[in-house]
Design a protein. Sequence first.
Length: 202
Amino acid sequence: MAQFPKGEPQIEALATQLINGLTANSTIYPNPPHTPAQLTTKLTNYQGKRATSNQKTGEAQTATDEKDTALDDLIDAMKEDISYAARTVKGDDNQLRLIGWAGRSAPTALTKPGQPRAFEAVRQGDTWIFFDWKEPADGGKVASYEIQRRELPSGAWSTVGSSIDSEITLTNQDRSKQFEYRVIAKNRAGDSDPSNTAHVVL
């Protein structure tokens, strides 16, 4: 599975591929969290801040901070759209290539991911919870993570979120109820064993 790039030129190139791919394949990806037009606005904003950063050498630190904020905004939107795309086509590399998100390394025999580790609720507010966890120590590459919850003591597990990173903020969570949360790593070969659980009461 492709890895999100770290260098700014590579992120910009992927953003362009993502925008073009979502635009050209709207029947496959009809409702991304961020539309191609919105991604284009974020990309243009980042490019403008980068140009400002390059030009204003006397104000380099401020301009760089603004550029980094714009880049983070672009990255967050891109990751949400990539996560949406991966869910929509169920990790199909051929269709993910349409948006520039697959086929970056030679294919190898894929195995299902190992168990996510150290799942915990780090912070919470009135109706939101921020979770993070560690990637599996073994198994195949993770395509995405699925976060599940159930009401204690014996409710059924249901999916409440997904992420391509090892963290997520869940919003609009019910108050005054006891819930148990867990995360599962997924790829085309299958699902991992569930992580440890985290008990939360808002």
